[in-house]
Design a binder for this molecule. Structure first.
Ligand code: FES
Length: 67
């Protein structure tokens, strides 16, 4: 298991928070990464502050969804 770290400092959302939020969405296709991003944002509120973590969050979603 990957070491946990803070992804979004504004909203205090960690890698594990994003991984947990993705857990129930694994059936979705990777092409839906932007839709997933929105759902993860709704759940965790990541990337709703300065927006600086946007690319990092997208990267993590892709990474997790690709297994
Ligand atoms: S670090 Fe995520 S919104 Fe600022």
């Amino acid at each position: 298991m990957k070491e946990n770290y803070m992804v979004c400092n504004c909203k205090q959302v960690s890698y594990n928070d994003i991984a947990d939020a993705l857990e129930s969405r694994r059936y979705q296709q990777l092409e839906d990464v932007l839709k997933l991003f929105q759902e993860i944002q709704d759940v965790t509120h990541c990337s709703t502050g300065c927006g600086g973590c946007h690319d990092k969050v997208l990267e993590i979603i892709s990474e997790i969804m690709m297994g």
